[in-house]
Design a protein around this ligand. Structure first.
Ligand code: HEC
Ligand code: HEC
Ligand code: HEC
Ligand code: HEC
Ligand code: HEC
Length: 191
C-alpha cells in the first residue's frame, strides 16, 4: 500500500495523472460539444418558424409513417410554398433584398441543384431502424428528436446507441412478455 502512495507522490506520476484527468474532462466536454453543436447546413432552415406555423412534420418528412426513413424536403417542396409567398413576388422586393437564407433557396431552385442537407441522426449500417412501427405505435417525433418548435436546424438530442433503443423497448413492453422477447431479440435490430 505505502509503495502505491510513494508512487503517487512522485512528481512525474502526478503530472501523468493530471494529463489523464484533463484528457478525460476534455473528452467529456468534446462529447457534449458534439451533441449540442449542429452541423453546418447549406441553408439555416428555421424549424421553429415552420413548426409554429402549424406545418406538420409529415409534410416535410412524409416517409416517417410509411417507411424506414423519414426523408428530407427537396428545394421544390420549399419552393411550392416560398414561390407563392406574396411579399417576395412584389417588384419592390428584389431577390437581393430577401433574407439571406431565402436568397440561397432561390439560387438552388434557379440552378435546379439539390440541397445536400447534412445528416444529424444516423444508425450504423448493421442496425435496422424503421420509423414506421414507431409512429404506428404512437411514439412521438419529440420523444426521439426533442422539441423542434424551439430549434432552427436539427441538433442531436439523443446519442443513438443500443442502450437507448433497448431501454425504451423494455419500458414499453412491461406487461407483454411476447412483444418484449421480439423487441429485445438481436435479429430485430441486426441483420
Ligand atoms: C407550407 C409553406 C412553407 C414551406 C413548405 C416552407 N416554408 Fe419556409 N417559411 C414559410 C413561411 C410562411 C415563413 C415565414 C414568413 C416569411 O418569412 O416569409 C417561412 C420562413 C422561412 C425562412 C425565414 C426567412 C426569414 O425571414 O429570415 C427560411 C430561411 C425558410 N422559410 C426556408 C425554407 C426552406 C429551406 C424550406 C424547405 C426545406 C421551406 N422554407 C419550406 C412557409 C414555408
Ligand atoms: C423511436 C425514435 C424515433 C422516433 C419516434 C422518430 N424518429 Fe426520426 N430518427 C430516429 C433515428 C434512430 C434516426 C436515424 C435513422 C437512420 O440512420 O436510419 C432518425 C432519422 C430521422 C430523420 C433523418 C433521416 C431520415 O430518416 O430520412 C428525419 C428527417 C426524422 N428522423 C424525422 C422524424 C419525424 C418527423 C418523426 C415523427 C413523425 C420521427 N423522426 C420520429 C428515431 C426516431
Ligand atoms: C417546412 C419543412 C419542415 C418541417 C415542417 C419540419 N422539418 Fe424537420 N427538417 C427540414 C429540413 C429542411 C431539414 C434539414 C436541415 C436540418 O437538419 O435541420 C430537417 C431536419 C430534421 C431532422 C434531422 C434529420 C437528420 O438529418 O437527422 C429531424 C429529426 C427533423 N427535421 C424533425 C422534424 C420534426 C419532429 C418536425 C415537426 C415537429 C419537423 N422536422 C418539421 C424541414 C422540415
Ligand atoms: C421511445 C421509445 C423507443 C425507442 C427510443 C426505440 N424504439 Fe423501437 N419500438 C418502440 C415501440 C413502441 C415499437 C413498436 C412495438 C409494437 O409493435 O407495438 C418499436 C418497434 C421497433 C421495431 C419493429 C419490431 C417489429 O415488430 O418487427 C424495430 C426494428 C425497432 N423498434 C428498432 C429500434 C431501434 C434500432 C432503435 C434505436 C435506434 C429503437 N427502436 C428505439 C419504441 C422505441
Ligand atoms: C432495439 C434494437 C437493438 C437490439 C434488440 C439489439 N441491438 Fe445491438 N445495436 C443497436 C444499435 C442502435 C447499435 C449501434 C449503436 C451502438 O453501437 O451502440 C448496436 C450495436 C451493436 C454492436 C456493436 C457495438 C459496438 O460497440 O460497435 C453489437 C456487437 C451488438 N449491437 C450486438 C447485439 C446483440 C448480441 C444483441 C442481442 C442480445 C443486440 N445487439 C440487440 C440496437 C440493437
Amino acid at each position: 500500500m505505502s509503495k502505491v502512495f510513494e508512487f503517487l507522490k512522485k512528481p512525474g506520476t502526478q503530472i501523468a495523472l493530471l494529463i489523464v484527468f484533463l484528457a478525460l474532462i476534455s473528452g467529456a466536454a468534446w462529447g457534449l460539444y458534439l451533441t449540442q453543436v449542429p452541423p453546418v447546413q447549406p441553408i439555416q432552415f428555421p424549424h421553429s418558424t415552420h413548426v409554429n406555423l402549424q406545418i406538420p412534420c409529415l409534410y416535410c418528412h412524409p416517409g416517417a409513417w410509411r417507411q424506414a426513413s423519414a426523408g428530407l424536403p427537396t428545394e421544390q417542396k420549399c419552393w411550392a410554398c416560398h414561390g407563392q409567398l406574396k411579399k417576395y413576388y412584389q417588384p419592390e422586393v428584389p431577390v437581393e433584398n430577401w433574407p439571406v437564407e431565402l436568397q440561397k433557396l432561390s439560387a438552388y431552385v434557379k440552378e435546379n441543384k439539390p440541397i445536400n442537407w447534412v445528416p444529424v441522426y444516423q444508425v450504423p449500417d448493421f442496425v435496422h431502424f424503421n420509423h414506421r412501427p414507431h409512429i404506428a405505435a404512437g411514439v412521438n417525433c419529440e420523444n426521439c428528436h426533442g422539441d423542434m418548435s424551439k430549434k432552427t436546424v436539427a441538433t442531436l438530442e439523443q446519442t443513438v446507441n443500443m442502450g437507448w433503443c433497448i431501454n425504451c423497448h423494455k419500458s414499453k413492453t412491461e406487461n407483454d412478455p411476447v412483444k418484449r422477447t421480439k423487441l429485445l431479440d438481436c435479429s430485430t435490430c441486426h441483420y
